[in-house]
Design a protein around this ligand. Structure first.
Ligand SMILES: [Mn+2]
Length: 354
């Protein structure tokens, strides 16, 4: 596995590349142009500048997360073709600087949802948490306020102000979109994008829904084994792949993660690994350690090792430790601990197999 760390760019992240370099065997930065909103053109100059900056600090830039998909594509509007052309163009440009994988998602309106950005655990660390009772009872306005208050001044990926400004209008547009329609719109997108990805040697990696169920009556179609199977068959090509996120998929007991990973491993260019603890209608993010959560991280690494996994892995979110002030979920310390746990497991399986 190739280890990677998500970084939000100079002056947009509390973590520095100098710090990331000191985490053992972390070769790749997962990056993006974070000031872009869905549908924006990414210029060659902007892409090259960011990629070269990261490369000059000693990292590889193989994975971009995310190139966001304009809502018109998800809604199947006539204007989608224009946005698909822009997306194809971005794929071409990213391939020129050596990008190999693009992570994206097809969630309507919201990339992810939590009820709490800093729920305290017994040890004094804080974590992202999702309490279905709170989410269902809370108004949109309150959710937006909580997210903006809890983000310590950072924009949260997926919760950019530009996106939220159009919220009411977008939600209204989705009222007529069924799951079936969303499937058709995803198929249309994949059939337009994957041939370009193939031509330019880029693997597209769709991220599952987070949480893995419908929220606010919006359709969601990327959260169960049969969904993933269907997505891969819509365009049966290795360039149409998955971001296998153990935290998102693992937030429901309905998903058997080791079995799913075994089934999909050849179509999984990118892994997000984190643990979550499930309790009734609540889940919260924990340390990566298997015993601390409900996801068997040990088994996940065992599957990766057994298949001599050559793709990219990043620790997904981490707890906030030692009074670190960082973008919720994206502190340095717990993600660094997570990487060492993942390498520890990998090295142990490696030793055993010799
Ligand atoms: Mn993830």
């Amino acid at each position: 596995m190739k280890m990677a760390f998500r970084w939000f760019g100079e002056n947009n992240d509390s973590v520095t590349l100098d710090q990331i370099r000191q985490i053992p065997q972390t070769s790749n930065i997962v990056w993006s142009l974070h000031d872009k909103v869905a549908g924006d053109t990414w210029s060659e100059a902007e892409i090259t500048k960011e990629a070269n900056f990261i490369k000059a600090q000693g990292f590889e830039i193989d994975v971009v997360e995310s190139v966001n998909i304009h809502e018109d594509i998800k809604l199947g509007k006539v204007s989608r073709d224009k946005y698909i052309e822009i997306y194809q163009d971005t794929i071409r440009k990213l391939s020129k600087v050596g990008v190999k994988v693009i992570c994206y998602n097809f969630m309507p309106v919201f990339d992810w949802m939590r009820s709490d950005l800093a729920m305290p655990l017994k040890d004094g660390s804080t974590v992202l948490a999702y309490d279905a009772d709170i989410v269902e009872a809370r108004s949109f306005e309150q959710t937006l306020k909580d997210f903006s208050d809890g983000a310590l001044g950072y924009t949260l990926p997926g919760w950019e102000p530009e996106r939220l400004a159009l919220l009411a209008e977008t939600l209204k547009a989705y009222q007529s979109i069924t799951e079936d329609q969303l499937w058709k719109n995803l198929e249309y997108f994949l059939k337009a994008i994957i041939p370009v990805a193939r031509e330019y040697g880029i693997k597209m990696a769709i991220h599952p829904d987070d949480p893995p169920w419908s929220i606010f009556n919006l359709p969601r179609i990327v959260n169960r084994v049969e969904h993933l199977r269907k997505i891969l068959s819509l365009v049966d090509d290795p360039h149409n792949g998955l971001t296998f996120c153990t935290g998102s998929l693992g937030s429901t007991s309905e998903n058997d993660l080791p079995a799913m990973l075994t089934e999909f491993i050849d179509r999984t260019p990118f892994m997000h690994i984190r643990n979550v603890k499930r309790e009734d209608r609540l889940f919260y993010e924990t340390s990566h350690r298997t015993q601390d959560g409900s996801v068997n991280i040990t088994k996940i690494i065992e599957v990766l090792h057994a298949h001599n996994y050559q793709g990219y892995v990043r620790p997904d979110h981490g707890r906030m430790l030692w009074n670190e002030a960082a973008r919720p979920g994206y502190g340095l310390y717990d993600r660094a601990l997570g990487i060492m746990y993942l390498w520890g497991l990998w090295d142990a399986f490696q030793q055993k197999s010799k």
